[in-house]
Design a protein around this ligand. Structure first.
Ligand code: GRF
Length: 207
């Protein structure tokens, strides 16, 4: 069983997709051992509680300084010795040492087809606003390993979603979540659990 920690900051629909996929057997090889939220008010915490998963909040604003926050985060993760860390709408930039320590064991879901609409400042609705502004016909979501950059790590899975006439950022965000994010995040976790994902440099092979 792949011991998985899920880090969240907000609504937690991706967390929910993973909980549901484990519940209905779509994901067989993983269990969520802890949810870590960066915010006390994240709805994701309620989702975790409802599913009977231990949830803790490690918030930068509770810590006197960044170093203390990083130590607390590291402790909250290392206590449960995870095989995999899933960033599911986690709005905190991870410390470099942490990323190195868990190299190729941290994955992130991003709501666009990387390398479009990603990098610093591209999170939440902003991603979809920019996609609509640019007039793309196709957008989507990406699951990738986390490296020291922002959205630059090796790509595991991507799924395309069509932009439709009359889309607003909110409508597009919902469609991307439902049709892409909530599908490829659990799928990536299962592929990793089955040992089918190999990383070589920036390239990922799914066997
Ligand atoms: C998702 O769009 C995800 O791709 C991005 O942040 C959002 C989180 O949504 N990284 P939720 O908290 O999973 O509902």
């Amino acid at each position: 069983m792949l011991k998985t920690v899920v880090c969240v900051s907000g609504g937690g629909t991706n967390l929910q997709a993973l909980i549901d996929a484990i519940g209905d057997g779509t994901v067989k090889g993983a269990q969520i051992v802890r949810v870590i939220s960066s915010s006390h008010s994240a709805f994701a915490l309620e989702r975790a509680e409802k599913a009977g998963i231990e949830a803790v909040t490690v918030s930068p604003s509770d810590s006197p300084d960044r170093k203390t926050f990083e130590e607390r985060l590291d402790k909250a993760v290392s206590e449960v010795c995870p095989d995999l860390i899933v960033l599911a709408g986690y709005l905190v930039v991870l410390p470099e040492g942490f990323v190195r320590k868990y190299s190729n064991r941290i994955i992130n879901i991003h709501p666009s087809l990387i390398p479009s609409f990603c990098g610093k400042g591209f999170y939440g609705l902003k991603v979809h606003e920019e996609a609509l502004k640019r007039g793309v016909r196709i957008t989507g979501a990406t699951v990738h390993f986390v490296d020291s950059g922002t959205d630059t790590g090796p790509i595991i899975l991507q799924k395309a979603v069509a932009v439709q006439e009359g889309d607003t950022p909110e409508i597009l965000q919902k469609r991307v979540m439902k049709e892409a994010e909530h599908v490829i995040l659990p799928r990536a976790v299962e592929l990793i659990a089955e040992g089918r994902v190999a990383v070589e440099g920036r390239r990922v092979t799914v066997r």
